[in-house]
Design a protein around this ligand. Sequence first.
Ligand code: NAP
Length: 247
Amino acid sequence: MGSVEGKIALVTGAARGIGRAIAEELATEGADLILCDVKAEWLAETAAAVQAKGRKVVCLSADVSQSASVNAAVTEAVEKCGRIDILVNNAGITKDGFMARMTEEDWDAVITVNLKGTFLFTKAVGKIMMKQRGGVMVNIASIIGLIGNAGQCNYAASKAGVIALTKSVAKELASRNVRANAVAPGFIETKMTEVLPEDIKKQMLAHIPLNRFGLPRDVARVVLFLASDDSAYMTGQVLTVSGGMGM
Ligand code: NAP
């Protein structure tokens, strides 16, 4: 696996789940980490895991849906670390419900965190990477953004938007040596999915050829690939990590 040794990586939503696994995987392969979540104190466990691997860590409060909060975090990150080589837009939420009963608030909340949040961090860090004449962005989308899902029209639209944003940014920034790719996970065992009823989980498993749910590390290894020079000739692509679901 190509190295991220000595690189500085910023991961949003890094307090738990997939974001935490990504931070740990990047640290294992030699990157220093800037961890962001709504409240910096929630990052203590992830930060301890990164430090245990001998890497440096900075923890920042950043609500991805608020431009002032995002801009302040990116400014502080650059003051403390000097540069940002890797950006992983991971923070995301669900507020599921069938379209006919979905409230405007639930639509707005999911679009705002998942799609606008990715835009705000991409814009703020994109400026830094353009000045550096180099950088890598990895956006966490979802298989649902590719195939849709009953009960998740807000989430599906937000993740399809993340994919379209990724491709547009890849085209805009390629000449500055900045790459942008997306990962589309299937069903991954985290707090986001543990709330689903058992019968729904059973139905989903029936659609997964590899016959198991994914682990956060399954996604993190692919993020590592896209963040490293092993994927140096890839930009604007979407890699699905779903055990074969949706193929
Ligand atoms: P998770 O366990 O709920 O973790 C998400 C993290 O993001 C939490 O620490 C959460 O903090 C943080 N976050 C939420 N809103 C935020 C905001 N406004 N600003 C900053 N941080 C915020 O979810 P996960 O399963 O690891 O999901 C990570 C990403 O993978 C998401 O983008 C999700 O859509 C995507 N994904 C997940 C799956 C899956 O099956 N799990 C599948 C496909 C894609 P709080 O404590 O505030 O919630």
